[in-house]
Design a protein around this ligand. Structure first.
Ligand SMILES: [Zn+2]
Length: 203
Protein backbone atom coordinates (compact mmCIF):
# COMPACT_ATOMS: atom_id res chain seq x y z
CA UNK A 1 0.00 0.00 0.00
CA UNK A 2 1.15 3.53 -0.76
CA UNK A 3 -0.14 6.92 0.35
CA UNK A 4 0.70 9.82 -1.93
CA UNK A 5 0.15 13.37 -0.76
CA UNK A 6 0.08 16.62 -2.71
CA UNK A 7 -1.94 19.66 -3.69
CA UNK A 8 -4.55 17.48 -5.40
CA UNK A 9 -5.22 15.64 -2.14
CA UNK A 10 -4.23 12.23 -0.88
CA UNK A 11 -4.07 9.20 -3.14
CA UNK A 12 -4.16 5.75 -1.60
CA UNK A 13 -2.84 2.88 -3.69
CA UNK A 14 -4.08 -0.62 -2.76
CA UNK A 15 -5.45 -0.07 0.78
CA UNK A 16 -4.18 -3.19 2.51
CA UNK A 17 -3.91 -1.25 5.77
CA UNK A 18 -6.73 0.36 7.75
CA UNK A 19 -6.94 4.16 7.96
CA UNK A 20 -6.03 3.90 11.66
CA UNK A 21 -2.79 2.09 11.10
CA UNK A 22 -2.00 4.12 7.98
CA UNK A 23 -2.44 7.32 10.01
CA UNK A 24 0.06 6.08 12.61
CA UNK A 25 2.48 4.81 10.04
CA UNK A 26 2.45 7.82 7.71
CA UNK A 27 2.17 10.40 10.45
CA UNK A 28 -0.53 12.25 8.52
CA UNK A 29 -2.56 14.13 11.08
CA UNK A 30 -6.29 13.41 10.91
CA UNK A 31 -6.01 10.59 8.39
CA UNK A 32 -7.55 8.05 10.76
CA UNK A 33 -10.28 10.51 11.79
CA UNK A 34 -11.62 11.24 8.29
CA UNK A 35 -10.26 14.79 8.39
CA UNK A 36 -8.04 14.67 5.32
CA UNK A 37 -8.78 15.17 1.66
CA UNK A 38 -8.51 11.64 0.30
CA UNK A 39 -9.09 12.29 -3.39
CA UNK A 40 -8.88 8.77 -4.75
CA UNK A 41 -8.19 5.12 -4.05
CA UNK A 42 -6.27 3.45 -6.85
CA UNK A 43 -6.63 -0.34 -7.02
CA UNK A 44 -4.12 -2.25 -9.11
CA UNK A 45 -6.18 -5.47 -9.07
CA UNK A 46 -8.80 -7.42 -7.16
CA UNK A 47 -6.75 -9.61 -4.84
CA UNK A 48 -7.72 -9.45 -1.20
CA UNK A 49 -4.34 -8.21 0.02
CA UNK A 50 -4.72 -5.15 -2.24
CA UNK A 51 -8.38 -4.27 -1.64
CA UNK A 52 -8.62 -5.46 1.98
CA UNK A 53 -9.63 -2.15 3.59
CA UNK A 54 -11.40 -0.36 0.70
CA UNK A 55 -14.68 -0.41 2.62
CA UNK A 56 -13.09 1.08 5.77
CA UNK A 57 -11.51 3.88 3.74
CA UNK A 58 -14.80 4.55 1.95
CA UNK A 59 -16.66 4.77 5.27
CA UNK A 60 -14.29 7.52 6.37
CA UNK A 61 -13.91 9.15 2.96
CA UNK A 62 -17.14 8.58 1.01
CA UNK A 63 -16.20 11.24 -1.54
CA UNK A 64 -13.00 9.47 -2.55
CA UNK A 65 -13.14 8.04 -6.05
CA UNK A 66 -12.21 4.37 -6.35
CA UNK A 67 -10.48 3.34 -9.58
CA UNK A 68 -10.61 -0.34 -10.50
CA UNK A 69 -10.80 -2.48 -13.62
CA UNK A 70 -14.07 -4.31 -14.17
CA UNK A 71 -11.97 -7.05 -15.76
CA UNK A 72 -11.32 -8.11 -12.14
CA UNK A 73 -14.94 -7.67 -11.05
CA UNK A 74 -15.47 -11.43 -10.66
CA UNK A 75 -12.82 -11.39 -7.91
CA UNK A 76 -14.86 -9.03 -5.72
CA UNK A 77 -17.72 -11.45 -5.23
CA UNK A 78 -15.70 -14.60 -4.71
CA UNK A 79 -13.49 -15.38 -1.71
CA UNK A 80 -11.54 -17.98 -3.64
CA UNK A 81 -10.90 -15.76 -6.63
CA UNK A 82 -9.82 -12.80 -4.47
CA UNK A 83 -7.64 -15.11 -2.35
CA UNK A 84 -9.12 -14.11 1.02
CA UNK A 85 -9.52 -17.86 1.58
CA UNK A 86 -5.74 -17.95 2.01
CA UNK A 87 -6.31 -16.09 5.30
CA UNK A 88 -9.13 -18.46 6.21
CA UNK A 89 -11.75 -15.90 5.16
CA UNK A 90 -14.42 -15.76 2.47
CA UNK A 91 -14.68 -12.03 1.93
CA UNK A 92 -16.67 -10.34 -0.81
CA UNK A 93 -16.73 -6.68 -1.77
CA UNK A 94 -19.45 -4.49 -3.22
CA UNK A 95 -17.85 -1.06 -3.45
CA UNK A 96 -18.69 1.12 -6.42
CA UNK A 97 -15.85 2.27 -8.61
CA UNK A 98 -14.82 4.18 -11.68
CA UNK A 99 -14.01 1.54 -14.27
CA UNK A 100 -10.54 1.75 -15.82
CA UNK A 101 -11.08 -1.21 -18.16
CA UNK A 102 -10.42 -0.05 -21.71
CA UNK A 103 -8.62 3.05 -20.42
CA UNK A 104 -5.09 1.95 -21.34
CA UNK A 105 -2.94 5.04 -21.75
CA UNK A 106 -5.72 7.36 -20.61
CA UNK A 107 -5.45 10.01 -17.94
CA UNK A 108 -7.88 9.48 -15.05
CA UNK A 109 -6.78 12.39 -12.84
CA UNK A 110 -5.48 15.72 -14.02
CA UNK A 111 -5.64 18.40 -11.38
CA UNK A 112 -3.43 20.58 -9.20
CA UNK A 113 -0.32 19.54 -11.10
CA UNK A 114 -0.94 15.82 -10.71
CA UNK A 115 -1.60 13.58 -13.67
CA UNK A 116 -2.44 9.90 -13.23
CA UNK A 117 -2.53 7.59 -16.22
CA UNK A 118 -3.73 3.99 -16.41
CA UNK A 119 -1.70 1.23 -18.02
CA UNK A 120 -3.65 -1.98 -18.50
CA UNK A 121 -1.20 -4.77 -17.67
CA UNK A 122 -3.11 -8.07 -17.47
CA UNK A 123 -1.42 -11.37 -16.72
CA UNK A 124 -1.27 -11.62 -12.92
CA UNK A 125 -5.06 -11.15 -13.10
CA UNK A 126 -7.24 -10.15 -16.04
CA UNK A 127 -7.86 -6.70 -14.60
CA UNK A 128 -4.37 -5.85 -13.37
CA UNK A 129 -3.36 -2.26 -14.07
CA UNK A 130 -0.43 0.01 -13.27
CA UNK A 131 -0.81 3.69 -12.46
CA UNK A 132 1.67 6.23 -13.78
CA UNK A 133 1.77 9.33 -11.62
CA UNK A 134 3.34 12.55 -12.88
CA UNK A 135 3.80 15.37 -10.45
CA UNK A 136 6.25 18.28 -10.55
CA UNK A 137 8.07 16.70 -13.46
CA UNK A 138 8.61 13.45 -11.57
CA UNK A 139 7.08 10.24 -12.90
CA UNK A 140 6.54 7.13 -10.79
CA UNK A 141 4.81 3.87 -11.66
CA UNK A 142 2.77 1.77 -9.24
CA UNK A 143 3.08 -1.74 -10.62
CA UNK A 144 0.86 -3.74 -8.26
CA UNK A 145 1.66 -7.44 -8.60
CA UNK A 146 2.68 -7.14 -12.26
CA UNK A 147 6.36 -6.29 -11.67
CA UNK A 148 8.45 -6.66 -8.51
CA UNK A 149 12.09 -5.87 -7.96
CA UNK A 150 13.78 -8.79 -9.68
CA UNK A 151 10.61 -10.69 -10.46
CA UNK A 152 7.03 -10.56 -11.71
CA UNK A 153 3.66 -11.59 -10.34
CA UNK A 154 2.52 -15.19 -10.19
CA UNK A 155 0.20 -16.40 -12.92
CA UNK A 156 -1.20 -19.58 -11.41
CA UNK A 157 -4.19 -17.92 -9.74
CA UNK A 158 -7.63 -17.53 -11.41
CA UNK A 159 -7.39 -15.26 -14.46
CA UNK A 160 -3.59 -15.48 -14.57
CA UNK A 161 -1.67 -16.06 -17.79
CA UNK A 162 2.10 -16.13 -18.17
CA UNK A 163 1.84 -15.37 -21.89
CA UNK A 164 -0.35 -12.33 -21.29
CA UNK A 165 1.87 -11.20 -18.40
CA UNK A 166 4.98 -11.43 -20.59
CA UNK A 167 3.37 -9.01 -23.03
CA UNK A 168 2.51 -6.57 -20.22
CA UNK A 169 6.04 -6.79 -18.80
CA UNK A 170 7.48 -6.17 -22.27
CA UNK A 171 5.48 -2.93 -22.56
CA UNK A 172 6.63 -1.81 -19.10
CA UNK A 173 10.26 -2.66 -19.93
CA UNK A 174 10.15 -0.16 -22.80
CA UNK A 175 9.33 2.75 -20.52
CA UNK A 176 11.98 5.28 -19.56
CA UNK A 177 14.94 3.60 -17.77
CA UNK A 178 14.96 6.29 -15.09
CA UNK A 179 11.29 5.72 -14.27
CA UNK A 180 10.97 4.66 -10.61
CA UNK A 181 8.60 1.79 -9.92
CA UNK A 182 6.72 0.99 -6.73
CA UNK A 183 5.61 -2.65 -6.68
CA UNK A 184 2.74 -4.06 -4.64
CA UNK A 185 5.24 -5.98 -2.52
CA UNK A 186 8.91 -5.47 -1.74
CA UNK A 187 11.31 -2.63 -2.48
CA UNK A 188 11.09 0.03 -5.18
CA UNK A 189 13.31 0.02 -8.22
CA UNK A 190 13.70 1.63 -11.64
CA UNK A 191 12.98 0.33 -15.14
CA UNK A 192 16.72 0.58 -15.86
CA UNK A 193 17.65 -1.62 -12.89
CA UNK A 194 15.00 -4.17 -13.83
CA UNK A 195 16.36 -4.26 -17.38
CA UNK A 196 19.72 -5.16 -15.81
CA UNK A 197 18.66 -7.56 -13.07
CA UNK A 198 15.14 -8.83 -13.67
CA UNK A 199 15.23 -12.05 -15.74
CA UNK A 200 11.63 -11.51 -16.82
CA UNK A 201 12.58 -8.24 -18.53
CA UNK A 202 14.51 -10.14 -21.17
CA UNK A 203 11.60 -12.25 -22.37
ZN1 LIG B 1 -2.17 -10.18 -6.55
Amino acid sequence: MYVMTGDAGIFVVDPSVSPNRAGDYCGIRGLAEGECNVRAILLTHGHYDHIKYVDKWMELYPDAEVFFSSNDKALLGNGYANCSYMDGLQLTYGFSFTDVAGMNGNSIISEAGVEITVLETPGHTKGSVCYLSSSSGEDILFTGDTVFQGSVGRTDLPGGSSRVLADSVRRISRMAPELRIYPGHGPDSTIGDELKYNPFFTL
